[in-house]
Design a protein around this ligand. Structure first.
Ligand code: GLY
Length: 388
């Protein structure tokens, strides 16, 4: 197997991210050496269980690992206090000890919930991330952010808890709906735009291969993304500074997601795609980067079938610039009521801007919204707010 390894050097919390095609079959052999006793519990959702559950469990059992499987409902609603209570109770009933492996098999919802359950179970259990979506493979499964949602917003209750291993099988991406795959690709593009112009150029040339299912292109894209994330997380594990760069496009994007309501009308990655284009457009509006750089970003996102402007979004609810700005002010990067944005001087040259003029952002957003065909009067802000 063409296997790539990215290491995350975090001292006693260091771990490897393995990337390959067919890794699900090797999971047992990769996980068993980490464990003082051969005990694992796999937590997954019903969709992933149907696609990969038996094969994954067979791999664990073939390596001599004693395994139970807990299957949860798919969807964002699973990241709740009620599910956390049920899951931690189930793990305790199953006799999970601190050094056993709780394995998160699935996308971002499963990874975030299982990671948080592992963080608090017996004050911290070993856990392994086996991400099966592109978004989880390049972002949420790496770096130790774990969370559930609160009534007040997404990801508001959580902990930093690093996995002991990440196994990213690009073969698992073949069972993803095309729209979900494209949405995850927005997070891949992000890494080129943050700090690696060569990677962005590579994506312009090879993004279609990544989306079409070429295993070598997928491995290369996931590996480069994970390496970029690992470097940032190694330098700033708890997001005191540079880790905020990983939120490129997310402050605009989360506000749009909140407006659209988390029901699938706008996927997270689609919000990030529009948000990324807006971050470059706003940088150009401020004279920080050339308009041609923003055009290039929009062109690539659009070529990959992603929305790259507010005008490109589906009908959806009515909103105005104040609605979006109010939602943007819920961002966790807000300090002393000041908005922080990730802006860019060029492709591959993003930076954290803390002195953002909210009034100017409102004016910019109003112009963007005016370009939306059939714009309607504003609705009040969505009650559920998003937090990266
Ligand atoms: N997804 C952003 C981060 O892990 O910091």
């Amino acid at each position: 197997m063409n296997l790539e390894t990215v290491s995350l050097p975090l001292g006693e919390r260091a771990y490897d991210i393995l990337i390959g095609d067919g890794l699900l079959d090797e999971a047992g052999a990769r996980i068993a050496p980490l464990l003082p006793r051969p005990r694992t519990v796999v937590v997954t959702d019903a969709n992933v269980a149907a696609a990969h559950g038996e094969r994954f469990a067979a791999s664990l059992r073939a390596a001599g690992l004693d395994t139970d499987i807990v299957v949860l409902e798919p969807g964002e609603a699973t990241k709740s206090f009620a599910e956390l209570e049920r899951l931690t109770g189930r793990l305790l009933d199953l006799g999970v000890e601190r050094k056993d492996a709780v394995i998160a098999l699935g996308g971002g919802v499963i990874g975030d919930l299982v990671g948080f359950a592992s963080a608090i179970l017996r004050r911290g259990c070993r856990f392994v991330q086996v991400p099966t979506t592109l978004l989880a493979q390049v972002d949420s499964a790496v770096g130790g952010k774990t969370a559930i949602n609160a009534a007040q917003g997404k990801n508001l209750i959580g902990a930093f808890h690093q996995p002991a291993l990440v196994l990213a099988d690009v073969g698992a991406l073949s069972s993803l709906p095309a729209r979900e795959l494209r949405a995850g690709y927005a997070e891949v593009v992000k890494y080129g735009l943050i700090g690696d112009a060569d990677f962005f150029a590579w994506l312009e040339a090879n993004g279609a291969r990544v989306l079409a299912g070429d295993p070598a292109a997928r491995i290369a894209a996931v590996k480069t993304s994970c390496a970029a994330k690992a470097a940032i997380v190694a330098a700033d594990e708890r997001e005191q500074g540079a880790r905020a760069l990983l939120n490129l496009g997310h402050t605009f994007g989360h506000a749009l997601e909140a407006v659209y309501g988390y029901g699938g009308a706008l996927l997270h990655g689609e919000g990030v795609a529009v948000g990324t284009a807006l971050a470059f457009d706003y940088s150009a509006h401020l004279g920080l980067c050339r308009p041609a750089a923003a055009d290039r970003v929009r062109a690539h996102l659009s070529a990959c079938g992603l929305p790259a402007s507010i005008a490109a979004l589906p009908g959806g609810p009515a909103y105005d610039a104040d609605t979006l700005l109010t939602l943007m002010m819920q961002d966790k990067k807000v300090e002393q009521n000041r908005l922080t944005l990730i802006l860019a001087r060029d492709v591959g040259e993003a930076f954290v801007e803390k002195a953002v003029d909210a009034g100017d952002v409102r004016t910019f957003l109003a112009t963007q919204i005016q370009q939306r065909s059939g714009a309607r009067p504003a609705a009040p802000p969505a009650s559920r707010r998003n937090h990266p």
